[in-house]
Design a protein around this ligand. Structure first.
Ligand SMILES: C[S@@+](CC[C@H](N)C(=O)[O-])C[C@H]1O[C@@H](n2cnc3c(N)ncnc32)[C@H](O)[C@@H]1O
Length: 281
């Protein structure tokens, strides 16, 4: 763009051309390259697609081997490395339930909320699902290995990982959301009842407790040796929330290898109630 500038004392007028900013110049170069590289697109696509398939096979195989080492040899861990699910198990078993819990709890999180995650395990869900929405999240687990793993693999500026046994060291503070995924079954009925009271006193008046657990197998065999109490049905799980919360929603998803239960509990609005502002009625 040219403009007229009056130079003091010289009584001269000259045209000044505004130079493009560094950002404009960079965008110009990129735009030119995008047009000029058109001739090489089929070759580059073919090349990178071969690379992606080789990398996929390698990363999947590596995570399968990691799974065999972690779960095939005793002692088995109490938490699951969800990268195994992401890179190997999801495709190998065609089972999407590993992502359900993150999605369903995410529905209960209001943008910018202050959240507490109980029994966070490897930190995968805090990072891949919750950190995008929360203002802050405190994620706790009593296993130092789980917390070390989470800090190493799933660092996010708004998530803090701490060691705490929630039977005796429930974090203090008041939270808009408490997430308790894949862990309520690791406690006895008596412990669940006590922890539920502690959860209630840490939630805001409209705060939401959300999470996931499983229904026990038909043959009565425990899904994991660490499980203390596996639930019989949706109602069997809901009975722990009803004394504390006005609105309780428990729902299930059923797969050939497992029967999942999800829950939202609150004195305020839970997802898909008529008043829930993120959906039409
Ligand atoms: C199956 S893992 C679930 C981890 C994670 N929430 C997820 O969805 O993948 C159960 C977790 O509960 C933790 N846990 C069990 N008892 C606990 C307790 N008393 N206090 C804190 N964490 C506990 C275990 O260490 C483990 O990481």
């Amino acid at each position: 763009m040219a403009q007229q500038e009056q130079l003091p004392g010289l009584q001269l007028t000259r045209a000044v051309t505004a130079l493009p900013s560094a950002d404009q110049a960079r965008r110009g170069v990129i735009s030119t390259l995008r047009k000029r590289l058109g001739f090489a697109k089929p070759l580059l696509e073919a090349l990178f697609s071969i690379e992606a398939r080789v990398a996929e096979a390698w990363v999947s195989g590596a995570h399968h081997r990691l799974f065999l080492a972690q779960w095939g040899i005793f002692p088995v861990p109490e938490f699951f490395d969800h990268k195994i699910g992401l890179y190997w198990m999801w495709k190998a078993r065609r089972s999407p339930h590993g992502v359900e819990r993150g999605v369903f709890s995410l529905l209960a999180l209001a943008p910018g909320c202050k959240a507490l995650e109980l029994c966070c395990g490897d930190g995968f869900n805090a990072h891949f699902f919750y950190s995008i929405r929360v203002g802050s999240m405190l994620s706790v687990d009593f296993d130092p290995k789980a917390i070390a793993h989470a800090r190493k693999h799933f660092r996010a500026e708004n998530v803090t990982y701490e060691i705490a046994d929630i039977r005796t060291q429930m974090p203090h503070g008041v939270f808009d959301n408490i997430v308790w995924d894949a862990a309520i079954e690791h406690f006895t009925e008596q412990e669940i009842a006590e922890i539920m009271g502690n959860i209630k006193t840490r939630l805001t008046p409209t705060g939401i407790l959300s999470g996931f657990t499983i229904v026990e197998r038909a043959d009565g065999k425990k899904m994991l040796p660490h499980h203390e109490y596996e639930f019989k049905s949706k109602d069997d799980l809901a009975r722990f929330f009803r004394p504390h919360f006005r609105n309780v929603k428990v729902f299930e998803t059923i797969y050939p290898d497992r029967h999942n239960l999800y829950f939202w509990a609150s004195d305020g609005v839970v997802p898909f109630m008529d008043e829930w502002k993120y959906a039409t009625n």
